[in-house]
Write a protein of this length. Sequence first.
Length: 117
Amino acid sequence: MRQPPSIDAFGGGGFRVAGAWRPGSLLILRDEAQDWPVRSLDELTPAVLDTIIVARAEVEFVLLGTGAAQKLPPRAIRETLAGAGIGLEFMSTEAAARTYNVLAAEGRRMAAALIAV
């Protein structure tokens, strides 16, 4: 398994991950940073979680950054993840980015899904 990338900075509509600027929202899965097509919690649908659901054997939980403020994810999201046996932790993107770095350093098996602010 590769070294998890660090989130060095966030804001301005994107993230600096392992030293490289990535505009837009971010998904880190299997220790790989990738673009995530969700710009707001309103755009978060169960279909957007397909990549995470397919990797469920490698994911204990999803760390969801909900944007500028902590907001409850839609019921369909909570039910989809629960049905797949994947936990959900949600918080503001700022808190989630900081938490991700700590949990990644501990070797936690997670997916980080962070809405850009």
